[in-house]
Design a protein around this ligand. Sequence first.
Ligand code: ATP
Ligand code: MG
Length: 579
Amino acid sequence: MSDNNAKTTKTNAEKHDFIRAIIREDIAKGKYPQIHTRFPPEPNGFLHVGHAKAICTSFGIAEEFGGVCNLRFDDTNPTAEKQDYVDSIKQDVAWLGYKWEGAPRYTSSYFDQLHTWAVQLIKQGDAYVDFQTLEEIRENRGSFKEVGKASPQRDTSVADNLKYFEDMTAGKYKEGEAVLRAKIDMSHPNMNMRDPVIYRVMHETHHQTADKWCVYPMYDYAHPLSDAIENISHSLCTLEFEDHRPFYDWVIDKIGFNPRPHQYEFSRLNINYTLTSKRKLKVLVDENIVSGWDDPRMPTIAGMRRRGYTPEGIRDFCDRVGLSKADGVVDFRLLEFSIRQSLESITARGMAVLRPLKVTITNFDEAVAQWQELKAESVNARFDDTNNTLWLTQPKHPNVDMGEREIPFTKEIYIDQNDYELEPPKGYKRLSPEKPEIRLRNTYCLAVTEHILDAKGQVVELKATIDPTTLGNNPAGRKVKGVIHWVSASQGVPATVRLYEQLFNDENPGSAEDVHEVLNPNSLTVLQAVVEPSLANVNAGSRFQFERESYFIADSVEHTVEKPVFNQIVSLRDSFKPA
Ligand code: ATP
Ligand code: MG
């Protein structure tokens, strides 16, 4: 990591939040042999930026306190889960730079143990089989104002309950005919404590256990016990589980563990203009609104990876957001800020013209002929007369350790259409009929002598001259303001360039009734650009700064040396400043 980043990424000692405070205290008391956390995704979709925060929290805290973190697939619901999702989740966690302890765990590998403990609860008189329909169970739970109504099966004998649960397990009931419930308190003020369901019948094939089971534990039951099995010390999750904590503790206490895991909740990450729900993101994929889970506009980890976001940038962002119990919405520009900051010192520079406008340099031949005589000491260049090209050697980055590249300069070049304005707005510093001269980055000063318009009055080509004395020198007797980038027309390489905006034009797309109505029609712009050769001959996944434009990455799926494809990572600057 660069010095620049080290200054802004908080050191461990600088991270203060209520969870770290608890952990420091637990360590001081010697409460656990080691700090042991877990990240428990359900493999029912691709992970998103919200999960990145959960990953950075659980893995980051473990690392910070010399502990370990497990990756556990919470696979208690066979209907929505798939092996593809398991694979993508592993890839995402590893890409973010974290190592899970041992092999990935699966809640499903504890099904035997969880079942044995369910039998134990029955024997203790703490669980019973209920034959009410799910609807009846729901109705009889009561409400905040009204206490619940006991099931007719609440006082079934232990012996009968054991028999019924065995029958459930043996497949004698259809889905919904019987459930196993914890026997707690039907008038408990916390609805989650009104005899929650802990096992249900599901005649489903599971991606890990195949057809071994037709009863599956509920998440709220499986989760605390899986934590206990894995010797988790601090089970960190989001606030929506706060109301489930009493049941978490109930289960742990009824089975009995020492030391025992504790659950702590922090607020979910919400980002404006961004959807953070696997279920809603899946709609975008299923309806082909995006090209897939890894569409660079998606806030999935796979999407951010393809977009060119760096793991360092995402971790820095999560650090900046921090942990708290206050619900809030983070500005997406904070994420962009962290990403931008992580890119500055690691990306080679290059010139790419995104909206090409041809410029013919009418005195090119004479000017470069003079170059031999006028050769400036400060310019490293060579002329190749087989293709009439002046090759300029320039560093790839202000940090010269990154090496050099050769930039071809030729009679015909492209500049960006936006760099020549017929009617420039006030304060415009680039080219216009009134201000015809400018510095071409890395090479001569250029003066426009003529613009050629099409039938609609659009500029389609420029004719210009270069000042032969200005390669590596300031022009004599005048100041030339402004620098623009350019690419050789004959030696530049055509490239597909994709520019992005936010997927939604509504600050809170999650609350929209119909996601289609809040889609930003400009979220993707595809341009046919021209890039200097050093940018084309690169591996997929290489990141660059296209000078004066943005950071870009050679697309990991579609880029080839012959047909370069670049995704915009993030703009070079923004007025946004983090607090
Ligand atoms: P989604 O609603 O997108 O499906 P989820 O919470 O159901 O998310 P899980 O796979 O169950 O997804 O989540 C794994 C972990 O990630 C949980 O501990 C959860 O608390 C955490 N998590 C999910 N979304 C966020 C978020 N937006 N911010 C922080 N943590 C999150
Ligand atoms: Mg979930």
